[in-house]
Design a protein around this ligand. Structure first.
Ligand SMILES: *Cc1c(COP(=O)(O)O)cnc(C)c1O
Length: 463
């Protein structure tokens, strides 16, 4: 194919490569063996057997030379490490909360928060569930209630802010159970399970008004809030000329508390935090972190990891970084759209989500079409993706019935600053090949099912 004459000026990443990590190329036979040994679960593959790893954007980021040099400045004191204070300053400056408790990763913060705020019998409304978030809410005795707008459940529906809360659904819940039984509203921006879709500033502002009237706090899952801020800049009236950093701070200002997986936006390989404006909650979290994570000035992390996080936060709110980060996801997703491959629209912030229900339309959902598609993609090219459908949704905690969500997706998550545009071309072409072979695809049967978060360790065989 001849190279098309460019009709525009291209953008490129605001960094260059200083060190490379060789990748192993495998044969189709090797990959067929590897996926069978892994029980057709991409989580159970050895990373050595993977060529391009799009399993997750969690902890897979490439750190900058500034972050790496920060590792050498780790102050590994048990208490009062100077890196903790650097982290404190970075979080309070860029996210705007008053108090900070570091945790080893996001779920550490979710655990502590759920234990403090949720009583058995409570209901926690949120803009779509996240696996670990909901599990901690349930383990604390709460019930998660989805109050996201309907558009979020329809992969083909275009909407600039599919992460928005539907106030009719929220009002209905609060009217039914009473505000006293709603310890907080659980908000994520962007919404991972909806396909990395953002929430608008207007929607969160309106939620703030509603929650203030009913004395219900808002807890933000800030894992990808910087990506959310970038989408607000691109799509929402009145934010074009504002910096991502400014938008992030305004966004967080409408919430009371946040939990964070720093393994995503904050450009690190490990880390997380709980941050809040509520002094009482802070005191309790400081108490519990000692039980479950470590002292309140390290929360299960080494001093050097806190330093990398503090520096990563500063880099993550840079407009040029975000442009390249989300731009790469859009580059990959646009290939799928151009080639007629069904994906979640619009393209999300951290990943391209293939609509496995549409691609493998001949497979019933009880044969886990998304799990099967992820396995087939791996066999085709060594590209590792993951299932976000019935396997991830698990079972209802009360009835034990399998949940069959409307979204049956395969996620191609892009690690930040790791792969090149050429890697994206290889991925796109492999997806196209699997798409063209779809008529011959077979479903899967689950032969081993763990009790919690089954998608991580479940095993399958071909039906
Ligand atoms: C990854 C993630 C979490 C959990 O964080 P971990 O660091 O993996 O424990 C919570 N919420 C969202 C939206 C996530 O993507």
């Amino acid at each position: 194919m001849p190279y098309p004459k460019p009709s525009r000026r291209s953008w490129a990443e605001p960094w260059k490569v200083k060190m490379v990590e060789p990748l192993r190329l495998t044969t189709r036979e090797q990959r067929e063996r590897a996926i069978a040994e892994a029980g057709f679960n991409t989580f159970l593959l050895r990373s050595e057997d993977v060529y391009i790893d799009l399993l997750t954007d969690s902890g897979t980021n490439a750190m900058s030379d500034i972050q790496w040099s920060g590792l050498m400045l780790g102050d590994e004191a048990y208490a009062g490490s100077k890196n903790f204070y650097h982290l404190w300053d970075a979080v309070t400056e860029h996210y705007g909360y008053k108090y900070l408790v570091p945790t080893h990763q996001g779920r550490g913060a979710e655990h502590i928060l759920s234990k403090i705020l949720i009583k058995p019998g409570d209901f926690i409304p949120g803009n779509m569930y996240f696996t670990t978030t909901r599990l901690h809410q349930e383990l604390a005795g709460g019930t998660f209630v989805d109050v996201i707008i309907d558009e979020a459940h329809d992969p083909a529906r275009e909407h600039p802010f599919k992460g928005n809360v539907d106030f009719t659904k929220l009002r209905k819940l609060v009217d039914e159970v009473g505000a006293k039984k709603v310890p907080y509203v659980s908000i994520a921006g962007t919404v991972n399970m909806a396909g990395g879709q953002p929430q608008s500033m207007g929607n969160l502002r309106a939620l703030r008004d509603y929650c203030s009237q009913h004395h219900i706090p808002i807890v933000l899952d800030a894992t990808r809030a910087v990506e959310n801020a970038y989408f607000i800049q691109q799509r929402e009236e009145g934010y074009k000329s504002k910096k991502v950093a400014e938008i992030l701070k305004e966004y967080c200002s409408y919430t009371d508390t946040c939990t964070m997986s720093a393994k995503k936006d904050a450009l690190t390989n490990i880390g997380g935090w709980l941050a809040t404006n509520d002094q009482g909650l802070y005191e309790e979290a400081r108490n519990l972190v000692v039980v479950y994570e470590g002292l309140h000035t390290y929360g299960g992390l080494a001093g050097r990891d806190m330093e990398a996080m503090a520096r990563g936060i500063v880099e993550s709110v840079d407009d040029d970084h975000m442009r390249a980060r989300v731009g790469q996801v859009e580059y990959l997703g646009q290939h799928m759209i151009d080639w007629g491959i069904p994906i979640v629209r619009p393209i999300g912030g951290h990943a391209v989500f293939l609509d496995a229900r549409a691609i493998y339309a001949h497979l019933p959902q009880c044969q886990y079409p998304a799990q099967a598609l992820a396995a087939d993609l791996y066999v085709d090219s060594g590209v590792r993706s993951m299932e976000r459908g019935a396997v991830s949704a698990g079972r209802d905690s009360k009835t034990g019935e399998e949940r069959f969500p409307k979204l049956e997706l395969v996620r191609l998550a892009l690690p930040r600053r790791v792969y090149t545009q050429a890697h994206m071309d290889v991925v796109a072409e492999s997806v196209l090949h699997v798409f063209e072979q779809r008529a011959g695809a077979r479903g899967l049967k689950m032969i081993f099912e763990p009790k919690y978060l089954r998608f991580f360790q479940a095993r399958f065989e071909k039906v």
